[in-house]
Design a protein. Structure first.
Length: 72
């Protein structure tokens, strides 16, 4: 996964990447991530911060269920 993400952005921490993407690049990453992730033992969170914000989670740890939650 790190090889995939480093091709689109840069590592900001050991397991965190920051990528500025076109819609096409975003869709490619989402498609490739689904094929790479082993949802039984891996966890990937993708925070889309443009337009309508959304969080996509691959893996067995779900999202917080609190609409008032702010992630910093």
């Amino acid at each position: 996964m790190s090889k995939l993400l480093s091709g689109y952005g840069h590592r900001v921490q050991r397991s965190a990447f920051e990528c500025v993407l076109t819609r096409s690049q975003y869709e490619k990453i989402m498609l490739k991530a689904r094929s790479i992730i082993d949802e039984k033992c891996d966890l990937l969170r993708i925070y889309k911060l443009a337009g309508n914000t959304e969080v996509t989670v691959f893996g067995n740890i779900g999202l917080l269920d609190d609409d008032d939650c702010i992630i910093i």
